[in-house]
Design a binder for this molecule. Structure first.
Ligand SMILES: [Zn+2]
Length: 399
């Protein structure tokens, strides 16, 4: 192992011994054998009676189906990505008539636009909600500076906009995709296996402690500016009887299988794996995603490559030692480009210079998990890339 030369006392990062997720991942827990909670959740899947779950799903949606056909049967929040394409295909297969709600991404890419149009072409009605782009840019900037998440407004909008539409259109059932707490590991309790509600949003929805109501008055933001990002009141929800369920609870979920099905139905991918990722079939719609993912790396020392590789390792599609090499080479590289778009395109839109951006990066970097020099400064290569203190578990005998 390389000795730590920094003044900061560092402890090695511990990784799951089956997948490549680190203990720094929020809400991930390890058992005594060093196996993470996401691997344990995956293992529990074969005991699920999926046929039974499918029946449960059908009887549940039957209760909500518009009896006289005068309204939609359910709302499906969609991004145009592979998972939402799969969601729409599944609902159509069971004869449901969904209203698809697109809460537009912060900075839509060309391929993202093509995939949205492709999704519409599957044969569904869609509402594309685009929130005021000036407000959005202000929120991107605040999110990046305050909580290190440029995509904060997008994460909020994905959850609040469909619920607003459900209330306004009086469509009680919202069919979400996978419970992200499962596939990537997290503490979602049994009670939150099936349903997405206000509590789920606040606990797991990625708000990072920054609440929408806190922003009123900041940079001239008004209540009206934030209307679409505000979760409806309990009274409004009760009036329509809004309920949300996760499709992943009723059907086995596999992002790769969803991508294959989506591609067979016209979904476009990129020619090569996306910057900072392992694959070419996800996170294709928002140019800001490169920055979003990079900050996850700075804070926790892992990024999309670790997440995706771990799901493939669990399914025996990738070897752990190969995954570690790819993580080392591709996870958390400085986001000079994303989907081929230069970083400057994103920074200009939020009125930020490269210098300011790098300073914010350094402020959010967890120096305990990255190499530093003897004055405690982060060590970067000529492209600005950081190096973690270790990429696999360190055995006691190696110390
Ligand atoms: Zn694991």
């Amino acid at each position: 192992m390389e000795m730590d030369k920094g003044v900061i006392m560092k402890k090695h990062i511990r990784y799951c011994c089956r997948c490549v997720l680190p203990e720094t991942k929020p809400d991930l827990s390890f058992d005594n054998e060093g196996v993470c909670s996401a691997c344990h959740y995956y293992e529990s899947r074969p005991t699920i009676d999926w046929e039974e779950r499918q029946k449960e799903f059908l009887s549940l949606v039957e209760q909500y189906r518009s009896k006289d056909g005068s309204n939609y049967d359910c709302i499906v929040p969609v991004s145009g990505g592979k998972d939402s394409t799969y969601q729409v295909l599944t609902l159509l297969k069971y004869g449901l008539r969904p209203l698809c709600i697109i809460a537009t991404t912060c900075q839509l890419s060309e391929i993202g636009r093509n995939n949205i149009e492709n999704l519409k072409g599957l044969g569904v009605d869609c509402i594309e909600y685009s929130t005021n782009p000036r407000v959005r840019s202000t929120l991107n900037r605040i999110g990046l500076i305050e909580v290190g998440d440029i995509s904060w407004p997008e994460h909020v909008a994905i959850f609040t906009v469909p619920v607003r539409v459900a209330v306004n259109f009086k469509i009680p059932l919202i069919v979400w995709g996978e419970n992200s707490q499962h596939e990537y590991g997290g503490p979602a309790s049994k009670a939150h296996d099936r349903v997405l509600d206000r509590r789920w949003l606040e606990e797991f929805g990625g708000l990072l402690g920054l609440r929408v109501s806190d922003l009123i008055g900041r940079d001239d933001l008004t209540v009206q500016d934030l209307q679409l990002l505000t979760y409806p009141s309990q009274e409004e929800l009760d009036h329509v009887g809004v309920t949300g369920l996760f499709l992943g609870h009723y059907f086995p979920w596999d992002g790769y299988a969803n991508a294959l099905l989506a591609q067979a139905n016209g979904f476009q991918t990129t020619p090569t794996a996306i910057e900072g990722s392992l694959v070419n079939y996800e996170n294709l719609d928002n140019i800001q995603t490169g920055i979003h993912d990079y900050f996850k790396f700075l804070k926790y020392g892992f990024c999309r490559v670790s997440d995706i590789a771990s799901t493939h390792i669990r399914r025996d599609r990738m070897r752990r030692d190969d995954a570690i090499q790819i993580v080392k080479a591709r996870d958390g590289t400085f986001p000079w480009t994303y989907l081929g778009y230069p970083l400057k395109d994103v920074l200009d839109r939020i009125d930020m210079s490269l210098d300011e951006f790098v300073k914010i990066c350094d402020r959010f970097t967890n120096k305990q998990i990255f190499q530093t020099d003897n004055r405690g400064n982060l060590i970067k290569d000529r492209l600005g890339n950081l190096k973690k203190i270790n990429y696999d578990n360190v055995q006691l005998s190696e110390l």
